[in-house]
Design a protein around this ligand. Structure first.
Ligand code: SF4
Length: 293
């Protein structure tokens, strides 16, 4: 697994995939727009959209489309946003019911401008989904709530099926990749999940290809495992626009396979590792294989 630091721009063949289109996709897209909803799927132009939609999974982005932070890998617009809409939880539940979703991932921009960071709205969205769609599975991909333990308690009290919080990259790259985040703070959040409710599995994920070394990835996987996290995603970082961080290296599929085996060797029980893997890619399978359902 050699490391090169020259900038890589042209996508290798294993990363070329057409974005979804066609009537079925357009139907879902217009539904989401009509519902005045945002999905990470669309905001991040995720190449897996159609695959996920056809597997009855989607990822909703709550609390607006602008973030109070400005991570250098993220395509979400930075800047102040309007106060969250108290009706959004119900609108998410209605759209999810209309799409006949069985597994719903709820994530958000980071709203450091809101007292509880939006923890209450996460809890209301989980409750609205579970009331509207009996048997639905809900994963929440949460921000770090600036390390406030009560905010995490509020979310977990609503009993999501999976608590996901991405570590995103290795500690050395935090100042460049996610300057407003804190590596230890994110580990503490994941460690607290089992302390607060050990019936809810913790999940996390990394992007590869930002300049990390193998040893640094290995150490971060070990740190994550030590928090009690057992579900993991590893995917390729892709540069959203030229204004974002460049790709340091395109990781070949066979190296993702090696990391898959290594992560299982470290003790993770559910691992999705591949060039197209994203936080909620095959989320339902990962959860169901976790034997939690
Ligand atoms: S905190 Fe999340 S939504 Fe905000 S810029 Fe960073 S990755 Fe994007």
């Amino acid at each position: 697994m050699s490391q090169t630091n020259k900038i890589q721009t042209r996508k290798p063949k294993w990363l070329r995939r057409r974005l979804p289109s066609g009537p079925a996709y357009e139907k879902i897209r217009s539904l989401i727009n009509k519902g005045r909803l945002h999905t990470v799927c669309q905001e991040a132009q995720c190449p897996n959209q159609f695959e996920c939609f056809s597997q009855k999974t989607a990822t909703f982005l709550i609390m607006g489309s602008r973030c109070t932070r400005n991570c250098r890998f993220c395509n979400i617009e930075a800047g102040p946003d309007s106060p969250p809409d108290p009706d959004e939880p119900l609108r998410v539940a209605e759209a999810a019911a209309f799409m006949a979703l069985q597994y719903v991932v709820v994530t958000s921009v980071t709203r450091d401008d809101i007292p509880d960071g939006g923890a209450g709205l996460f809890a209301e969205t989980i409750t609205a989904l579970k009331e509207k769609i009996p048997g639905v599975m809900v994963e929440v991909l949460i921000p770090d709530f600036q390390g406030v333990k009560q905010a995490l308690k509020t979310v977990l009290a609503a009993k999501p099926d999976v608590l996901n919080h991405n570590i995103e990259t290795i500690p050395r790259l935090y100042p460049v990749v996610r300057p407003q985040a804190d590596y230890e703070r994110s580990l503490t959040l994941l460690r607290r999940v089992a302390d607060i409710d050990d019936t809810i599995p913790a999940k996390s994920g990394l992007m590869l290809g930002l300049g990390e070394t193998d040893q640094e990835v290995e150490e971060t996987l070990t740190d994550l495992h030590d928090t009690g996290c057992r579900m993991l995603t590893l995917g390729q970082y892709l540069q959203p626009t030229p204004a974002h961080l460049p790709v340091s290296r395109f990781i070949p599929p066979e190296e993702f396979d090696k990391w898959h085996e290594r992560a299982l060797g470290i003790g993770f029980t559910e691992v999705a590792s591949g060039p197209f893997v994203r936080s909620s890619y095959h989320a339902k399978e990962l959860f169901c294989d976790n034997g939690s359902r």
